[in-house]
Write a protein of this length. Structure first.
Length: 679
């Protein structure tokens, strides 16, 4: 008898060596269980066409929030961009309508309208609009590079739109088909002849049933997305129009605009960094892989203001906010280029550098075009194609080597800046072993506070500075072990004229109190104060003096013990820089400048520079003149002993709720102001 190999066909065959007496009695088979009530074949659903998209939109566009809503526009404009990048379209029109719909038009080849070979009863256009995983981007013969390779983009837009109209101009004829929630409202119709027109126009209105009745495409966000596409491909012109009734209170969104940027990513980055001081000029370039597919464009700069950098990368014009292999190739190229340059100039300190050190302060734009890219996630937020790393590294590395060699002065400055960042990283790693002993260390500290690392408050200092720009310079200039920096935005609340409710709601003063850790008024605890010195460091001008006055008023009203116990100080930054040859000195005000000119530089031609603010000073200058204990000048703030009442009256008169008191003060000192003007 043949032996069965199916383990699930029945009981295992008996062993021929067992005696009949040793065999177990046969157990009759159990009756099959009754079917579960309420769960039968009738409960198994088969979703057809685009119905799965409407049931589970998050599987296709990541959710139904505002980001997902605007992803619909991204899918439509990406199709038009693919035509432009392939050389078939020269312009794309984006029209934002008053009813909330958006139309995207290109002058490309137009979606095919002839019957589809697999579905001869339907046009190719209808197949593309109503069938997942259909399109012309799976075969690289149609598109050498493209942004959409999943084949679900425009069909998903159709499924999630209350209304979608497609117009195609091909062979001097116009065709149109309309859809609602993914379902054709009729067959493809031939509208009639057209002249001087070709391409595709898609107008869609997102479905309120999916995204919410109040969900609307935002003109500002759409404009930024359209503008970024124009920056990414200099060969396309994007023509923007928006209904004027949608532009109320939107200063940065025009009603009409033509977006065309011949400068590409370099122009994009320069606009993004406008007004910021750079360590070196923008490093930008492009490269097309010879004898194969793949092209790269990049623009990178390093800022001097201490602010964090950013990376914006794209693959086939698709944003990749989570980076990926193309960004990895950029990091490797820049790191290896800097280390190679350091070896040529015998700078051994560069051995500590990592990719994080290079990119931490960099503002980078990267665009790669590759064939058949692989993304992670349906919304393509991270590039996973390994070849992209090699393509980008090879393109950028040689160009970066030439760029560094062409300007040794800026190359040395960049290298020194990044080495300092690497050394700071190593110090921070060592400082992690040193835990601050204050119990308030466990509290949530303000996000903009750059804290010091030493244990305990003895000898530690908190610098309160005005603005993020000055804060960036101060963070680079400080001694990380003992000096902390807290930037505040502009002029703080005047606590002498504000009510308790406004004081409680003021975020800047809440952050300051949280950083100090000692509590205010009746809750003040001296031992909980986290710093030995609290130093107000503002610009050496009238606005800076006003901000210092507001801060002193705050401490006097809310934390007078900090003043009485000798913790509050004013920094004295310079207002002028005087140079003659190799001799450079700093003057704190006009009188000091005149004194130096008369005594130190008498009869000499002196270069005089006036600092507009602390943020304009190089970190080394700020450290040497204002922050280094051995060279700085501090003014301790004190309350006159035995004269508390007159001090209180003076604060009320100058900072309180009665403007007439301030007016009298100004009138009484008018001659003094006149003397200043005469000078």
């Amino acid at each position: 008898m043949a032996k069965s190999n199916d383990l699930f066909a029945g009981a295992a065959p008996e062993s021929p060596r067992r005696s009949p007496a040793a065999r177990s009695p046969r157990i009759p088979p159990a009756s099959p269980p009754e079917p579960e009530a309420g769960y039968t074949a009738a409960d198994i659903e088969v979703l057809e066409g685009l119905e799965p998209v409407r049931r589970r939109p998050g599987m296709y566009i990541g959710g139904t929030d505002e980001k997902a809503l605007h992803h619909l526009f991204a899918e439509v404009i990406d199709n038009a961009m693919d035509e432009a990048v392939a050389g078939h379209a020269s312009f794309i029109a984006v029209d934002v309508m008053a009813d909330g719909s958006v139309a995207v038009t290109d002058n490309g080849r137009g979606v095919p309208i002839d019957p589809h070979p697999k579905f001869p009863q339907k046009s190719a256009l209808e197949v593309i609009m109503t069938t997942l995983h259909s399109g012309g981007k799976f075969d690289s013969k149609v598109y050498e590079t493209s942004g959409g390779l999943h084949g679900v983009g425009v069909s998903v837009v159709n499924a999630l739109s209350e209304k979608l109209d497609v117009e195609v101009a091909r062979n001097q004829k116009l065709y149109r088909q309309s859809f609602s929630r993914g379902v054709p409202l009729g067959p493809l119709e031939e509208v009639g002849p057209v002249h001087n027109r070709r391409g595709t126009r898609v107008r869609f209105l997102p479905d309120g049933q999916i995204f919410g009745a109040d969900a609307r495409l935002q003109p500002a966000r759409l404009f930024r997305m359209a503008r970024s596409k124009a920056y990414l491909f200099s060969g396309v012109e994007i023509r923007w129009t928006c209904a004027p009734e949608l532009l109320a209170n939107l200063e940065d969104v025009p009603e009409r605009a033509t977006l065309h940027f011949a400068g590409g990513l370099k122009e994009y980055l320069a606009a993004s960094l406008a007004g910021r001081e750079l360590t070196a000029e923008i490093f930008a370039g492009s490269h097309k892989k010879p004898g194969g597919h793949g092209s790269v464009e990049w623009a990178i700069a390093w800022a001097d203001d201490g602010e964090d950098g950013f990376s914006r990368s794209y693959c086939n014009t698709i944003p990749t906010p989570e980076g990926g292999t193309h960004e990895q190739g950029l990091r490797i190229a820049l790191l290896r280029g800097l280390k190679s340059y350091a070896e040529r100039v015998s700078n051994k300190r560069a051995a500590i550098l990592t990719g994080d050190d290079v990119m931490a302060g960099a503002a980078a734009m990267l665009s790669a075009f590759i064939r058949e890219p692989e993304f992670q996630g349906q919304t393509k937020e991270r590039l996973a194609t390994q070849e992209a790393s090699r393509i980008v590294e090879a393109a950028v590395k040689d160009a970066f080597d030439h760029w560094l060699a062409a300007s040794p002065q800026q190359a040395n400055r960049l290298l020194e800046t990044i080495i300092l960042r690497g050394e700071d990283r190593l110090r921070r790693r060592q400082e992690k072993d040193v835990q601050r002993k204050s119990a308030t260390r466990k509290l949530r500290l303000p996000g903009k506070l750059a804290d010091c690392s030493q244990a305990g408050s003895k000898g530690s200092e908190l610098f309160i500075v005005e603005g993020d720009s000055a804060g960036g310079s101060a963070k680079q200039a400080r001694d990380r072990a003992t000096q902390a920096v807290l930037p505040l935005r502009g002029k703080i609340l005047n606590v002498a004229s504000a009510g308790a409710d406004k004081l409680a709601q003021n975020q800047q003063l809440s952050d300051l109190l949280l950083a100090l850790g000692c509590g205010a008024r009746g809750r003040y605890v001296e031992s909980d104060l986290r710093y030995d010195r609290v130093i107000v460091m503002t610009d050496a001008d009238v606005d800076g003096a006003h901000i210092a006055s507001l801060l002193m008023t705050y401490f006097y009203r809310e934390l007078p013990e900090i003043i009485r116990n000798g913790h509050l100080f004013l920094a004295v930054p310079p207002l002028y820089r005087l140079s003659h040859g190799g001799d450079t000195v700093y003057a704190r005000d006009d009188a000091h400048k005149d004194e130096l000119l008369a005594k130190r530089f008498k009869g000499k031609k002196v270069e005089i520079g006036r600092f507009k603010g602390l943020g304009e000073m190089m970190p080394a200058q700020l450290r040497d003149t204002t922050m280094a204990p051995a060279r700085r000048t501090l003014l301790r703030v004190a309350i006159p002993e035995g004269d508390a009442e007159s001090t209180r009256d003076a604060v009320d008169r100058l900072m309180g709720v009665k403007p007439e008191a301030r007016f009298r003060f100004i009138q009484e000192r008018a001659p003094f102001a006149g003397d200043l003007i005469d000078v």
